[in-house]
Design a protein around this ligand. Structure first.
Ligand SMILES: [Zn+2]
Length: 152
């Protein structure tokens, strides 16, 4: 029997850069090139100045845990009961929903969180939140994977 996998995100022209960057081991956020405001989730037009011009800005991933929840019921494979979902406000002013990779009793609203790309499957890299300095697997860049022979 096949092992259940996580559902793939709905990738479109507006958010493709976000998931492509994650797959390369980088966290990028959409930034207006006119007023320089960051925005997430990605949308075609800046809500502040209405410019259609934007760039993918690589950010540090440092932020603060705004809130979180632990899911126990109903949990479908591949998730396990008690997995954490957090809302993190990055220092760049945008909020991301992430998988929170710590124990439930470690999570506290207002604590610092580092958001990093995390591999959850062969073709799935999503942002994940860690306690700053906590060990985590760094997603290799496409070039590094190719050099290792992991990509064909
Ligand atoms: Zn703008």
């Amino acid at each position: 029997m096949a092992t259940p996998t996580r559902q793939q995100p709905a990738v479109n022209r507006d958010n493709a850069f976000f998931f492509e960057s994650l797959a390369q081991g980088r966290l990028t956020i959409q930034q207006c090139t006119r007023c320089h405001a960051h925005r997430h989730p990605p949308v075609p037009m800046c809500p502040r100045c209405h410019s259609l011009s934007w760039q993918a800005d690589e950010v540090s991933g440092m932020g603060t845990l705004v809130t979180f929840t632990a899911l126990y019921h109903p949990v479908l494979p591949p998730f396990v009961p008690g997995y954490l979902v957090g809302l993190v406000e990055l220092q760049d002013g945008v909020r991301l929903v992430v998988n929170l990779e710590c124990a439930e009793d470690e999570a506290q609203i207002g604590m610092p969180v580092e958001v990093v790309p995390q591999r959850y499957g062969d073709d799935l890299v999503l942002p994940a939140g860690y306690l700053p300095g906590a060990p985590h697997v760094v997603v290799s860049s496409t070039e590094a994977l190719a050099a290792e022979g992991s990509l064909s």
